[in-house]
Design a protein around this ligand. Structure first.
Ligand SMILES: [Zn+2]
Ligand SMILES: [Zn+2]
Length: 298
């Protein structure tokens, strides 16, 4: 184990993917900032299609921008690789404006050249192949995309993540709204991440995103994740069950004998066991309503 979650106990709630009237969203950037702030979010990223958002240019001069929510700059691009496979990619960072382009390789190269944090968006919704996740230097993949539920029901994309983790254990799982706030798909507050960072600033949040010190959720919370030697101890919001998930069929489950909810559990990875031989282990929890949360590989 890499003992990923041993830093601060400051957790910041954020949504890394949303759209405004700068592309096909239903609300202006300022309305979106107000909405998420009122819902208790600590940060959001504005990631319009082919529009590199710049907070200072677009909202910095507005006196009515709330100060207690951090707004990250970002963009969403899409395009095809040389095999003709179609991708949507969310990038966080400060970018020059980009021209609409079908050529994914050159678009991604431009973003990487500007130090982007690259997220493969909704691969299941897009119809990506498993191997597509390994074709570009993604930092993270959306394992849950809330708005996909309105579009084709393909919100959950966990197999893409687990398949890739067999090859590289530094790909992180993100849960995001991809909110458009339109009458035909109004969904928001459905998927978010909780980031363990030293403070709420763009450098701190991006540093934590690069280090993977965050978890993804559609409801339940990890309050504490402790790893010591081969033992993992967790304190969470009330849950129905927890899994330690490894490669392939490797795993373990924790559940109360009488089916009641609980908030504390631990797993020990015995030397020589399947989980000890697994190329990665991650935690997954489920609450009484069936909502789930996922840590990054520990
Ligand atoms: Zn998209
Ligand atoms: Zn989107």
């Amino acid at each position: 184990m890499k003992h990923r979650y041993v830093g601060t106990d400051n957790w910041y709630k954020g949504n890394t993917h949303l759209h405004t009237t700068l592309s096909d969203g239903g609300k202006s950037p300022l309305e979106v900032v107000d909405l998420y702030r009122s819902a208790g979010y600590d940060f959001i990223a504005i990631t319009d299609h082919w529009h590199a958002f710049h907070f200072e240019q677009e909202l910095g001069k507005s006196a009515s921008v709330p100060e207690d929510i951090l707004v990250l700059n970002g963009i969403e691009i899409d395009g095809k690789d040389e095999m003709g496979h179609y991708y949507h990619v969310v990038a966080l960072g400060d970018f020059q404006q980009m021209q609409l382009s079908e050529d994914l390789d050159s678009s991604i190269a431009r973003l990487v050249g500007q130090d982007a944090y690259l997220i493969l968006a909704h691969p299941y919704w897009s119809g990506n192949r498993m191997e597509d996740v390994r074709r570009y230097p993604f930092h993270a993949v959306e394992i849950y995309n809330h708005v996909a539920a309105w579009l084709n029901g393909k919100s959950l994309a966990l197999p893409y993540w687990d398949d890739t983790l067999r090859y590289r254990d530094d790909l992180f799982g993100i849960s995001a709204d991809d909110a458009h706030l339109l009458p035909q798909h109004p969904g928001w507050k459905g998927g978010w991440i909780m980031v363990q960072a030293d403070g709420l600033s763009t450098p701190n949040i991006l540093k934590a995103l690069r280090a993977g010190t965050f978890y993804a959720t559609t409801g339940p919370s990890f309050h504490r994740i402790q790893t010591e030697g081969n033992k993992i101890t967790c304190h969470t919001s009330p849950i129905k069950q927890a899994w330690l998930v490894g490669e392939g069929y490797f795993g373990a489950r924790s559940v109360a004998a009488d089916g009641s909810l609980f908030s504390d559990f631990s797993f020990t990875i015995e030397a020589g066991s399947q989980l000890a031989r697994s190329s990665y282990v991650r935690l997954e929890i489920e609450d009484g309503a069936g909502k789930r949360a996922w840590t990054n590989p520990l």
